[in-house]
Write a protein of this length. Structure first.
Length: 204
């Protein structure tokens, strides 16, 4: 609460940093890129990562309109755990086990409050074109560029980049609520590729 109100003390920041260190450790791993040409030398490179301690991990807020949709979403999360999230998934990074839990009551209340003077988005988001002017009015935000390659074997013969989008970073604050959208970022591929741009707003 003190962070949300802009009242976080130096002592609280130090305690937060200590807690973060207890979650896990940053590590640097050396890998080797072996060229196809046997006459060329192998090329070492480094990959940085974060290894969580036992019983630690990431917390994700998942909302659904009904129980059937929730079951489908949980099944997708279980499947996503096998393939992994983030970078270097082909090297085994980013795999996880999902453990569903109930949303804390205090957070649920912040999500449902629709009469606040200010809202903060917990997710990266982007208003629809018709919402942009209203959403940006009196807002405090950082814009970030989202890009990357399409992770689909049927999209194109070769690896293709997604269309870039500039979006509001998580932690951006708005005076006016907006719906956002899910944007098609495909470029001449065989099927659409979607970028999630809906805000997850909590009241401040």
């Amino acid at each position: 609460r003190s962070y949300l109100n802009g009242e976080l003390s130096v002592e609280e920041c130090a305690e937060y940093n200590r807690n973060m260190q207890a979650l896990g450790q940053v590590f640097l791993q050396t890998n080797v890129r072996v060229p196809d040409d046997p006459e060329q030398d192998a090329d070492p490179y480094y990959v940085g990562g974060f290894r969580f301690q036992p019983e630690c991990g990431l917390w994700v807020l998942l909302c659904a309109e009904d129980e059937q949709t929730m079951k489908k979403c949980l099944a997708l999360f279980q499947s996503l755990g096998y393939s992994g999230i983030g970078g270097k998934r082909s090297s085994g990074f980013g795999r996880f086990q999902a453990q569903p839990e109930e949303t804390p009551a205090a957070l649920a209340g912040l999500l449902k409050d629709g009469d606040a003077d200010l809202y903060m988005s917990l997710s990266i988001c982007l208003p629809m074109e018709t919402e942009m002017e209203t959403a940006a009015e009196g807002a405090s935000y950082i814009l970030i560029r989202r890009s990357g390659f399409v992770a689909s074997e049927t999209y194109a013969e070769n690896a293709q980049k997604k269309n870039d989008l500039h979006m509001f970073a998580a932690g951006s604050c708005f005076k006016n609520r907006f719906s956002g959208d899910i944007f098609d970022v495909s470029v001449n591929g065989s099927h659409p590729v979607y970028r999630y741009g809906l805000p997850l707003l909590i009241s401040l």
